[in-house]
Design a protein around this ligand. Structure first.
Ligand code: PHE
Length: 369
């Protein structure tokens, strides 16, 4: 080590010699020049201009020099660092520009390519099934009839021979439209369209009316307060219950293929006689009847499931609509579309039908149409 008053030879501190500083600069410039992307340049920067780069370590040795020599060495090292910093900045500009160029080329978006922006919807299975069932009748020459969902109380009840004290007219079953004296209800069935059709159309009448109906019902797996029915009405000369049975059997066959059906006596104020129309149970085909070892949940081991109501049009209904019941007779029927969808497609939960999830529609697509 030199004493404080010795003449100082810069070469004593090798790292600060002009040659070694030149070598550091040359190495740095070389490394920057070959670094061709941002990652490589970052590596070169850390190696040649970072805190642990040779030039930074050399800088620390200034303190070891005698005071008289520090100025010179400081200037040399400052100049060397300046060259390195400058070269790095220049190279950074080039590498960034190249990187941008690469990204522009590689990540080009062809804005002219066609895209499927809006997800496609699907026909709702209820709509599909309404079309399918209606088509069965249109194919036989029947017409589609319609009526409003907010319906005159008289058409929904009175004209159909449903008396003022009938339980179905209570608030627990029927949704009334305010004010009460408007005598407007949300139709509880599609049967008022029977009356509308008879009032509107010339005889004979062969119509089906699919549509929405409303009841003050629970919302669960088997009940929804808003659902769909399809109503059928024929009024012609000489119409009997046999025509009704033949018509419904044709519909059942179109919907479910070969299937056993039956009439079960029932009561509706607007038909006389009246019946429930049952289908053979799809699940057990009657095997559960009287067989406690193999009970069937679907038909509650009865072997049959109810599809809809029907009957011969009550002459009082014909008269209410101005039809001469001594000349004309008719039949009518009505069934739930949701129930039909449940039977046809094993759709166990009615709530799926109102949630509007397009996946439900897609799942049943093609099956209900
Ligand atoms: N309207 C009846 C119901 O909603 C069904 C029905 C229609 C019954 C036509 C007989 C004739 O339950």
């Amino acid at each position: 080590m030199s004493g404080p008053n010795d003449n100082y030879d810069p070469k004593q501190v090798a790292a600060l010699s002009a040659e070694s500083l030149d070598a550091m600069v040359a190495a740095a410039l070389e490394a920057f020049a070959v670094a061709s992307d941002p990652a490589a340049l970052k590596e070169a920067r850390l190696a040649h201009a970072g805190e642990r780069a040779p030039i930074a370590l050399a800088n620390r040795e200034i303190g070891a020099l005698p005071p008289a020599a520090r100025k010179d060495a400081g200037q040399r090292i400052g100049a060397a660092r300046g060259r390195i910093t400058e070269a790095l900045a220049a190279r950074q500009v080039e590498v960034d520009a190249a990187e941008l160029e690469r990204a522009l080329v590689e990540e080009t978006v062809d804005v002219t390519l066609p895209v499927d922006l809006a997800p496609q919807g699907a026909i709702h299975p209820i709509t599909g099934l309404i079309d399918l069932m209606s088509d069965v009748f249109v194919a036989m020459g029947w017409e589609i009839a319609e009526g409003p969902e907010a319906e005159a109380e008289w058409l929904n009840f009175d004209a159909l021979n449903i008396s003022a004290d009938h339980p179905a007219r209570g608030e627990s079953d029927t949704l009334f439209v305010a004010p009460a004296d408007s005598h407007v209800v949300l139709r509880t069935h599609t049967s008022p369209v029977q009356i509308r059709s008879l009032l509107d159309r010339p005889l004979p009448v062969y119509v089906v009316c699919p549509g929405k109906v409303y009841r003050a019902d629970e919302f669960d797996a088997t009940h929804v307060p808003v659902f769909h029915q399809i109503e059928g009405l024929v009024v012609d000369k000489g119409i009997t219950m046999a025509h009704l049975k033949g018509t419904l059997d044709h519909l059942a066959k179109e919907m479910f293929g070969d299937i056993r059906t039956r009439f079960r006596p029932n009561y509706f104020p607007f038909t006389e006689p009246s019946a429930e129309y049952d289908l053979e149970c799809f699940v057990c085909h009657g095997a559960s009847v009287g067989n406690p070892d193999a009970p069937c949940k679907t038909c509650r081991s009865e072997g049959w499931i109810e599809w809809g109501g029907c009957g011969v049009v009550n002459p009082r209904v014909l008269e209410a609509a101005g039809v001469d019941s001594s000349v004309y007779s008719g039949f009518a029927f009505g069934m739930g579309i949701e129930r039909t969808l449940m039977f046809r497609n094993n759709a166990a939960d009615m709530r799926d039908m109102v949630e509007g999830d397009v996946r439900f529609s897609r799942m049943l697509k093609g099956e209900s149409r």
